[in-house]
Write a protein that binds this ligand. Structure first.
Ligand code: ZN
Length: 334
């Protein structure tokens, strides 16, 4: 018999391996949630994001998860231990958490902008230090307080031991804003990477124009030595430009993270053509991520779906963990 695996062996002889989730959101924990600006709005109010979190509320034991809630006391019993529980149940070794810093433009209801802030120190204390070997994180950066403040945000993330920073365009504007350039230079100097949100967003006050991946082209051009993770690959907004950015720039990577797979999934990682495109053109430059806990209700089925797709096992290993471990030096840092 040939050494080559046949169809049956390829699909059914899967050896279990540990996954890595490149994209999770701390901050929505019930304890002191009203002290972290913006976080309560994920659960409370009659908004797109709060309604999309009703699935997570159901999984957290809320007997009436579709009721609109408005106060911190009514928020579900979310804790950092819930992250670990879901990771353990689903064979996820580690998760990269997003500390966040962002302020939107002025908008109805928020004349000074809607603010979202999950401090670096909070993420380090509640997650990284509390569960050694399970989490890494990126720090939040934005240019709303000026260039120097943005550089300080990079330094803060570095002092926390984070391997990179995240720029959340829907709140904070275009990523090619010249006010961000000194912060990008600092990232290169410190050997850190940059994560940039692209694609649609449903949080209060956010504007779609900032999220188009076409604006990352400038950053790729101007910072060839900066490793850039283009989050969400331009989902629903300009995915083709997102794919092209990764093909054009050696230093540009992407992920398959989408916050609401059943709302937004059809052309993304539940789509075999899309996954095969990634496998063919950029097998070493794409990461699995989930936006947990936004995707809590689908956490298991997201993994199962990819693992059951007719993609090569070599690519599944890369996508589901090894690419991101390499990107952040996970194994070297342990
Ligand atoms: Zn996210």
């Amino acid at each position: 018999m040939s050494e080559e695996q046949g169809t049956i062996e390829k699909m059914l002889m899967q050896k279990p391996f540990k996954f890595f989730d490149s994209h999770g959101h701390p901050g929505l924990e019930k304890e002191d949630i009203d002290k972290r600006p913006g976080c309560i709005d994920f659960w409370c109010g009659n908004t797109v994001v709060a309604r999309s979190m009703m699935g997570a509320r159901a999984f957290l034991g809320d007997p009436n998860p579709s009721r609109i809630i408005t106060t911190a006391e009514e928020c579900p019993e979310m804790t950092s231990a819930v992250f670990i529980k879901y990771m353990d149940e689903n064979n996820v070794e580690g998760m990269c958490l997003q500390a966040i810093h962002g302020i939107t433009d002025s908008c109805p209801g928020y004349p000074d902008g809607w603010k979202w802030y999950v401090p670096n120190e909070y993420v380090k204390k509640q997650f990284i230090d509390a569960y050694p070997g399970r989490f890494t994180a990126v720090g939040g950066i934005h240019p709303r307080y000026g260039k120097e403040a943005a550089v300080e945000m990079v330094i803060s993330a570095h002092e926390c031991g984070f391997p990179g920073c995240k720029f959340h365009t829907p709140t904070s504007g275009y990523p090619n804003n010249p006010d961000m350039y000194p912060a990008y230079e600092k990232l290169v100097e410190l050997g850190m990477h940059l994560q940039v949100h692209t694609g649609v967003e449903e949080l209060p006050g956010t504007r779609a124009k900032y999220q188009d991946p076409v604006y990352l082209d400038d950053v790729g051009m101007d910072f060839p030595d900066l490793k850039i993770l283009q989050l969400h690959c331009g989902v629903f907004n300009n995915p083709m430009q997102g794919l092209w950015n990764v093909m054009k720039f050696d230093n540009m990577y992407t992920d398959v993270t989408i916050p609401h797979p059943t709302l937004m999934h059809f052309k993304y990682y539940w789509d075999l053509d899309h996954m095969r495109f990634l496998e063919f053109f950029m097998p070493d430059k794409v990461f699995y991520g989930t936006d947990f806990p936004l995707t809590m209700a689908a956490y298991r089925s997201m993994i199962d779906n990819i693992m059951n797709m007719p993609l090569s096992m070599a690519f599944k290993h890369k996508l589901m963990g090894d690419n991101f471990r390499k990107f952040v030096g996970w194994n070297d840092s342990k």
